[in-house]
Design a protein around this ligand. Sequence first.
Ligand code: ZN
Length: 317
Amino acid sequence: MSVIASQLASFWRSQNEQWPFLREHVKALDQLELSSIPFPGFSIRVQFNPARIISSGAKIDKASLEKRPCFLCVSNRPAEQEILELLPGYDVLCNPFPIFHGHLTIPSKSHQLQSIQGKMGDMLRLCELLSDYELFYNGPECGASAPDHFHFQAAPSKVMPLFGDLDQRTLVRLLYTSKALTVSYAPHYLRSAILLEARDPQSIVEAFELYYDLQARLQPTHVEPMFNLLARNQSGLYSLVIFPRKAHRPSFYYETEEKQILLSPGAVDMGGLLVISRREDLSKITSEVVRRMFDEISLHDLSLLHAYRELLLRENR
Ligand SMILES: [Zn+2]
């Protein structure tokens, strides 16, 4: 066990002992109902997790945000919540509304907007430190329930199907390759996904910044191009998956009564683990609904991929 892994294990142990609210939610994880929906070459998992209503039902409009105290600011956190120091500028916290065992929230120490610009290097550094974890980022309009306070989250490896799916390589097609960087995409994965891989984190940082500007030009009215990000470091190889988005929530989220499904997708859902917080929605999640959801929220844009390839060739990253 690495130093950090054992540090994390004792951090969870002591937080579980001292914080009954967390302990209760962690315990509940073992009772969650899980199902799986097969698609050609991969599956989507569905988890019924009633505690997550806090996130799927979150109101993130400006007025609602201004009315509530920011739960990621240190002064408003529960008294029992402790900090693990791992990277300067960030607090590593146990998520009191976990989707899986070991679910971490990693907010910046200062209250600043959710914006990934200039922070990809931090995300990859955290991947290196948390080598048995996958780091994820929800854009301010793509599932972040605190778009007013910058934060990453982390999940133990493979709790989401994503990297297991992509590691098989049958789902990915090469878009661009150089000595330092490989860029691929997944054309038959329901949701649009772009995979960046490199041994040198700076190659990913630079290639991500190029991508960011391209998508920002397509979505000029948004505070940030809409996407979810998932990253890991495995044996020195950094992987970053970008899930380009065009909508915050699928249309059925806004329906009423029978037609409504309270599914508000973030990085975990894009990673292949759909989180449902109301029991009545469980039977409504069919393969057809999953397809429709990804169609409605995912940005499928071949010309964006072509433009990205051209740009990478020109810059020769
Ligand atoms: Zn805050």
